[in-house]
Design a protein around this ligand. Structure first.
Ligand SMILES: CC(C)(COP(=O)(O)OP(=O)(O)OC[C@H]1O[C@@H](n2cnc3c(N)ncnc32)[C@H](O)[C@@H]1OP(=O)(O)O)[C@@H](O)C(=O)NCCC(=O)NCCS
Length: 209
């Protein structure tokens, strides 16, 4: 897939070596999720796509060899102080996990960015990249469920043209909260590609800051 690159973040497919970091990002973003996602299993499933965002300025040892790079800061820690990162690894700032269904539909299973790296455009970069990936694979629509109280996520999805198609009552078992079903239909259309292009122009500038 294309790797939309900003100055400070890039996107690639998840690998086995990312499991420790992605699992920690997931458990911080979704503390009530039980059991946690088996990313090892999902990485082997044909229907799964998992993309990760990488910090280009905070990747551990890699850049130390470049004479032009700034001194390496240790990846910031969050909560328990354990980021899942180890020297030699890319420092991951977020992930998005999708399933391709048989009905030419991509379904977002989850998306999360590190608490320490929110509101920097990373969630948007992940969603944008997932949409580009799904379009290339021939999906016609993108769907997901989101807690009705999750304003940040709902706002992100609305920014990319997703609308509420209905409610799943008491969908979440921890507090019986309802889920909104949000969809964007016809992601293959020219209009939608124009929307993506215009969003990318703004997002790219944001990621270079
Ligand atoms: C939802 C989430 C992925 C957003 O990631 P992020 O990297 O902070 O988002 P971005 O900085 O890319 O923001 C993109 C858009 O999301 C929306 N958004 C993000 N955080 C927001 C907030 N706190 N309040 C309102 N809108 C918000 C805005 O529309 C924003 O666009 P803008 O910056 O032009 O206003 C992140 O908050 C997260 O990981 N939350 C916990 C996990 C979760 O709830 N996932 C969704 C489950 S369905």
């Amino acid at each position: 897939m294309d790797k939309p690159k900003g100055n400070n973040q890039s996107i690639r497919k998840m690998k086995n070596e990312d499991i420790s970091q992605v699992s920690l990002i997931e458990s911080d973003a979704f503390p009530q999720l039980f059991p946690p996602t088996s990313f090892r299993k999902e990485l082997q499933r044909e229907i799964s796509t998992i993309l990760v965002a990488i910090s280009n300025s905070n990747t551990g040892e890699k850049k130390e060899s470049s004479p032009h790079s700034k001194p390496i800061k240790s990846p910031v820690s969050y909560r328990s102080g354990n980021t899942g990162w180890k020297p030699g690894m890319d420092f991951l700032t977020g992930y998005i996990f999708l399933w391709d269904t048989t009905f030419e539909e991509s379904h977002i299973m989850s998306i999360g960015t590190r608490r320490s790296h929110r509101r920097k455009g990373i969630g948007e970069l992940l969603l944008y990249s997932a949409l580009i990936n799904s379009i290339k694979k021939g999906a016609r629509s993108l769907t997901l469920e989101v807690r009705v109280s999750n304003i940040p996520a709902i706002s992100l999805y609305q920014k990319y043209g997703m609308t509420t198609q209905g409610l799943r009552k008491s969908y979440y078992t921890d507090n019986r909260e309802d889920a909104k079903i949000m969809t964007v239909a016809d992601i293959q259309s020219l209009d939608y590609r124009h929307l993506l292009n215009s969003k990318w122009k703004k997002l790219e500038k944001r990621l270079k800051k």
